[in-house]
Design a protein. Structure first.
Length: 638
């Protein structure tokens, strides 16, 4: 009887063990190192059935090891009128692999993709799931199917979804008819695809196992450029009745040109109104500037993303009537205004964002999220951001500067590069006078000039109300204890614009007393705050996106009864990454401190990271330099 009972218990135990899935104990130790989460499986099967129709099947499971990775457990799948998300399933497992929750249909949210509220018309929506599980570690598993009816963007495979996330298994399968080409680019993939042809279809599969997590590194490229990835793009495509070819930028640009063709006409009444804004004798530059101001005064930006409208602008006549449009519509409208003045311009596709990655220019495909205008004026190129009511004429700033874009011309698309703002244009210049008393308190007047990308940083302050301006200015000052007494902001709306900020402050404890001495930090107005961490090993390139120059001059008035005891030595550091210099001019009652920092843009190899760190560490040390004052003995003179 005892033997029989033991046998039954063993059978039950074995059956229970067979029901377990994704136990954390089965994860190899190497995948737990430096990981906040582990992708247990990530399987994507993309089947292309025609230039218009396809399906994508997804199976995905991730183990959440720590609370800070809980967002990796969410499910998000966007869809629109060209796609449909079906058969969504989800399961939550505990650390042992036991099912603790099955996702129900009521747990699946269906929300607008207009999460930020910036779109008036948007047909994109998102299927979303929050598993709402908080006992760590745990695993969540999802599966779904997506049907496409109209294809421009094919799915991409990326091994890593985030830094500090290991991958136990990932596979990517592409199935296509033999007579339908799919363009493929592999980036950093270290496995060969298996290939087979059966019954008129070609199947490619990449299968990857046990890849350890990669750590985020300061000043590195985006994860999408670091992670092994496989890019797909169509040769021929058909969406909403518009057929195109993306095999080259010329062909892709021709498709966009076809979408835009005939949508730039304006009513005769508007044409006459526009012609009345300037004289025929005015230069093209002056005409364009007047028309850009007209655009800013008479339209506003509203996102419109419905159907083919995600790629095609609404007609210029409609923008003229409604006084609003999205980036595509406003860019097309501005081109129409310039056309009335006889000024040539080109609709331009760009991947926008101050810190976004460059497009992959050798892989023509839809890699863009924004449209701007390239105007040819007086044998020069002028770039126009048509969605802003505030940017000066000809200034695009860090949102679209220094990157490859595609001009849309009648004979197709052409790759060009947008404006590069140099260190002479990206400048922050500060002049200050600090007057101290014998207790280390005092007053300060500071005038700071922000130009180029520094203008971008200061513009939100200029556009804020009085209360918010004060708050932002206070936060920007590296002063220990102070009262902002007064301030003013003055804008210069040149092609390379600037903002001048003048402030006066009362200082409390600016100088620190110890015994008969007082310590004063020489630079507390503009300390560098983005310091790379010390790292023994570097794997990725060092990316410095923009060059810039900072120059600070601070005049300290020595309080009565004190003289200089010690002062930090001048610094002069030069490297491929930039230059850092400080020097001090001294007389009996004043100390002038000058700080100059120049940072060079560039892509630097990983083996230069120690030198890179040393350069920035030198700047940090220089920013901690001090002036030591000592009280003058009774009866002596300064």
């Amino acid at each position: 009887m005892y033997i029989l009972l033991s046998y039954l218990l063993l059978l039950c135990s074995s059956a229970f063990a067979d029901d377990l899935k994704y136990p954390v104990s089965s994860i190899p130790d190497s995948l737990l190192k430096s990981a906040n989460s582990v992708i247990r499986t990530d399987e994507v099967v993309f089947e292309l059935k025609s230039i218009k129709k396809a399906t994508e099947k997804i199976e995905f499971a991730v183990t959440i090891l720590k609370k800070n990775a809980n967002d990796k457990a969410y499910f998000f799948k966007p869809y629109d009128q060209f796609s449909k998300v079906k058969n969504i399933k989800g399961t939550v497992y505990d650390a042992s692999g036991k099912v603790v929750k099955k996702i129900k249909q009521d747990d699946i949210s269906d929300i607008s993709a207009n999460i930020g509220g910036g779109s008036l018309f948007l047909d994109s929506r998102i299927k979303a799931i929050d598993p709402e599980h908080y006992q760590y570690p745990y695993t969540v598993e999802y599966s779904c199917e997506i049907e496409y009816d109209g294809l421009l963007n094919y799915p991409q495979w990326q091994l890593y979804r985030d830094f500090n996330e290991s991958v136990e298994h990932s596979s990517f399968t592409v199935i296509r008819p033999e007579n339908l080409e799919v363009r493929i680019m592999e980036r950093g993939v270290d496995v060969d695809a298996s290939s087979r042809s059966v019954d008129g279809t070609v199947t490619l599969n990449w299968d990857v196992h046990n890849k350890v997590a990669i750590k985020a590194e300061p000043f590195s490229d985006d994860l999408s450029r670091i992670s092994p990835s496989i890019l797909l793009a169509p040769t021929d495509f058909l969406i909403d009745g518009f057929q195109g070819n993306a095999e080259s930028w010329e062909n892709f640009g021709s498709w966009i040109y076809t979408l835009n063709k005939g949508r730039g006409e304006l009513p005769e009444e508007t044409r006459q109104k526009i012609l009345g804004l300037f004289n025929e004798s005015d230069s093209d530059y002056k005409k364009a500037k007047i028309l850009y101001q007209y655009l800013q005064d008479n339209t506003r930006y509203i996102s419109i993303q419905v159907g083919i409208g995600g790629w095609q602008p609404i007609e210029a006549e409609e923008v003229d009537r409604l006084s609003y449009g999205d980036c595509k519509a406003l860019t097309n409208y501005m081109a129409s205004l310039l056309d009335i003045a006889g000024i040539e311009s080109y609709y331009t596709l760009v991947r926008a964002g101050a810190n976004t990655t460059e497009i992959i220019s050798e892989f023509p495909s839809n890699q863009f999220n924004h449209a701007i205008l390239c105007a040819l004026i007086d044998n020069d190129t002028v770039w126009l951001e048509c969605t802003s009511q505030r940017l000066p004429f000809g200034y695009i700033g860090s949102f679209t500067d220094d990157r490859e874009v595609v001009l849309i011309k009648e004979d197709g698309g052409k790759l060009v590069r947008t404006k590069v703002y140099t260190e002479n244009e990206n400048q922050k210049v500060c002049n200050a006078i600090i007057e101290l008393d014998s207790y280390g308190d005092g007053t300060g007047s500071v005038s700071t000039f922000y130009q180029g990308v520094f203008y971008d940083e200061k513009l939100p302050v200029l556009l804020s109300d009085n209360h918010d301006q004060k708050r932002r200015i206070r936060q920007s000052l590296h002063l220990p204890n102070f009262i902002l007494e007064d301030y003013s902001l003055t804008e210069n709306r040149n092609v390379t614009p600037s903002i001048e900020e003048d402030i006066t402050v009362s200082l409390d404890g600016y100088g620190t007393s110890f015994g008969n001495r007082m310590a004063v930090n020489l630079n507390i107005l503009n300390k560098i705050d983005n310091i790379p961490s010390k790292k023994e090993e570097r794997n990725s390139d060092i990316i410095v996106r923009r060059s810039f120059v900072e120059c600070d001059t601070i005049l300290y008035k020595i309080p009565f009864g004190f003289k200089i005891d010690k002062i930090s030595k001048p610094r002069n550091v030069e490297s491929e990454f930039g230059e850092f210099k400080t020097f001090v001019n001294v007389n009996e009652s004043e100390v002038e401190y000058v700080r100059q920092l120049k940072v060079n843009k560039g892509v630097f190899p990983p083996d230069t990271y120690d030198k890179f760190y040393d350069f920035y560490n030198s700047v940090k040390k220089g920013d901690d330099d001090r002036l030591i004052l000592i009280k003058v003995e009774h009866g002596s003179t300064q």
